[in-house]
Ligand binder design. Structure first.
Ligand code: 3HC
Length: 313
């Protein structure tokens, strides 16, 4: 079969809802798109440990500390899980991490905002992990087998992350005036950056047409964003938290919330490295990578020794 026939056969498989596995034929562009998306997803999970890690030693109780520790550990595991999934596309962990550390690869904009109060642990769990759940439950049905399967396990853990965050805010909203103000301030800071997690508007998304055609994305950026808004507003009302968008209005006809416009200049600045914490996050990740060099070398040496022993026998 020539290239055109191969591509047609591949698209027929996708259109029939078949799952593509690592050893299956795939267009080079499909492989490249998956590597880009999965590696950046994994980078995001690992960088996402930093803003929350900042509060582990300052959690208000042993219970809150234990829950936050578990969540941050989960995020690290999600990163390793997705890196392993991406490695099935014939790219090494070193290459992906190298692209991240050099600044060539992105990670989610949301992690470039500072965590200024304990309430931010609530807002991140409720809003950031809430947005992740909307996105990742769709990805759990995407066309690439290893990515879809990784999402199944990750979504289960995200649900725990989401619930613990919402419970932090619900508790604060039943607390003192200062605690209620702290929770409100946090949600006001994290609401719009959480909407940016779904990417630019569909009309401004260069990758969506490929990804939708190949059912890597099952829904567009704007569709998932709207789904997140529609499910989150009632939760906010439930605990008395105000969403910082004066344009927010329920539309009985469309059965969706109308909302204000995202500050796309802020979005562009943050994804181009000019956010509040970009430099700090990258410095922390580069230092962690350097500090971990001895572990990688020791593991490499051990693996080499095992191989030479096996060959000698
Ligand atoms: N932050 C950083 N970069 C973003 C972004 C964001 N919020 N939204 C879009 N971009 C980038 C894209 O990566 C792309 O840049 P590139 O060509 O250099 O890769 C460019 O902006 C154009 O955007 P597109 O919409 O065309 O790109 P995609 O089609 O890839 O859509 C996406 C962006 C919605 C983030 C999609 O890649 C995706 O769904 N990725 C998988 C999920 C993911 O990565 N989530 C990140 C959060 S991790 C997380 O939530 C952890 C949880 O535990 C809290």
């Amino acid at each position: 079969m020539n290239q055109q026939e191969l591509e047609k056969k591949f698209q027929d498989r996708i259109d029939k809802g078949e799952i593509i596995e690592p050893k299956d034929w795939m267009p080079e562009q499909y492989r490249k798109q998956l590597i880009r998306m999965m590696s950046q997803h994994a980078h995001s999970e690992v960088v996402g440990m930093l803003p929350e890690g900042n509060w582990i030693t300052r959690a208000p109780s042993l219970r809150r500390k234990a829950v936050l520790l578990a969540k941050v550990q989960d995020e690290g595991g999600h990163g390793l899980y997705i890196y392993s999934g991406a490695e099935t596309l014939d790219i090494s962990r070193e290459e992906m991490v190298g692209e991240f550390l050099s600044g060539k690869a992105k990670y989610s904009s949301i992690f470039n905002y500072p965590t200024l109060s304990w309430a931010d642990m609530g807002a991140i769990g409720w809003l950031v992990d809430g947005a992740a759940i909307v996105n990742q439950t769709a990805l759990a049905k995407c066309s690439y087998g290893p990515y879809a399967r990784a999402m199944v396990r990750i979504c289960k853990e995200e649900n725990f992350h989401h619930k613990q965050g919402y419970e932090i805010l619900a508790t604060l909203m039943k607390g003192t005036k200062e605690q209620r103000e702290m929770a409100q301030d946090s949600v006001s800071r994290f609401w719009w950056p959480s909407l940016m997690m779904f990417g630019p508007h569909d009309k401004d998304s260069p990758h969506s047409s490929d990804l939708l055609r190949w059912k890597v994305k099952l829904f567009s950026n704007d569709t998932l964003r709207q789904r997140f808004i529609d499910r989150t507003i009632p939760q906010a009302e439930n605990i008395g938290i105000e969403i910082p968008d004066p344009a927010l209005k329920w539309n009985e006809e469309t059965r969706h919330y109308e909302h204000g416009e995202i500050d796309w200049n802020e979005f562009k600045n943050v994804i181009s490295g000019r956010g509040i914490c970009n430099k700090e996050r990258m410095k922390a990740r580069r230092k962690a990578h350097e500090d971990g060099a001895w572990v990688r070398e020791a593991a490499e040496a051990y693996a080499q020794k095992k191989v030479s022993k096996a060959v000698a026998v």
